[in-house]
Design a protein around this ligand. Structure first.
Ligand SMILES: C[S@@+](CC[C@H](N)C(=O)[O-])C[C@H]1O[C@@H](n2cnc3c(N)ncnc32)[C@H](O)[C@@H]1O
Length: 196
């Protein structure tokens, strides 16, 4: 059951890297930060990274001067994150749906949304809104094509994501990612949305 930490812990347990892990921050992070900068996102801002896995994106945010919280409910993910990046990031073993650590200025969501079973998408969007300060930004990387692989990840058409987020957010940017990792080129897109 993907809703339970055991499911993910098991995937991290082999001692190697799970299939989705890229061993470094996604190149889409830099693209997202550039798009968000005109809307006020700058170093010093607090940024939640839900489902942070081995922590590459959270560590890259810390290196750029942001104040990230790398959050994951799978203990082995955070073990891997700490082993790689030590205490350069605040790591939190929490469930994104129930954490009370926020609110944050922004969220960088790299394949946490798409890891959710579709019936949970509305609650996930509500959690993102609840964990942001008013005017906070949600930067999300999602797939519109998973090449027929068994889910998760789940493909989410851009139009569907827009409909999901619009009740709580203003959509500032929603388009194909320009800087994808070659393994994901042409299959992923980027959302920048501002909490109302
Ligand atoms: C596909 S992995 C992506 C990991 C990382 N973002 C990356 O790209 O390498 C999804 C991650 O979300 C975490 N996760 C799933 N549901 C979660 C929840 N409700 N709260 C916190 N973490 C969750 C899993 O443990 C897993 O580490």
């Amino acid at each position: 059951m993907t809703t339970h930490p055991d499911h993910w812990n098991h995937l991290y347990a082999s001692g190697g890297r799970p299939e989705w892990d890229m061993a470094k921050a996604t190149p889409v992070l830099a693209e997202a930060l550039e798009l968000a900068q005109p809307f006020g996102l700058a170093p010093g801002a607090s940024v939640a990274v839900p489902g942070c896995g081995f922590g590459h994106d959270a560590a890259a945010l810390a290196a750029l001067g942001f104040e990230p919280t790398g959050l994951d409910f799978a203990p082995r993910a955070l073990e891997g994150a700490r082993a790689r990046y030590g205490d350069t990031v605040r790591w939190a073993e929490e469930d994104w749906f129930t954490t009370t650590l926020g609110p944050w200025d922004a969220i960088f969501d790299h394949t946490c949304l798409v890891a959710m079973d579709p019936p949970r998408h509305p609650a996930y969007v509500a959690a993102c809104a609840d964990h942001l300060r008013p005017g906070g930004l949600w930067l999300a990387v999602a797939f519109h094509d998973v090449q027929g692989r068994p889910a998760p990840p789940h493909a989410i058409p851009m139009k569907e994501l827009r409909q999901l987020v619009e009740p709580r957010f203003d959509v500032l940017h929603l388009a194909e990612a320009a800087c994808s990792h070659p393994r994901r080129a042409g299959r992923e897109y980027l959302l920048v949305a501002r909490k109302r």
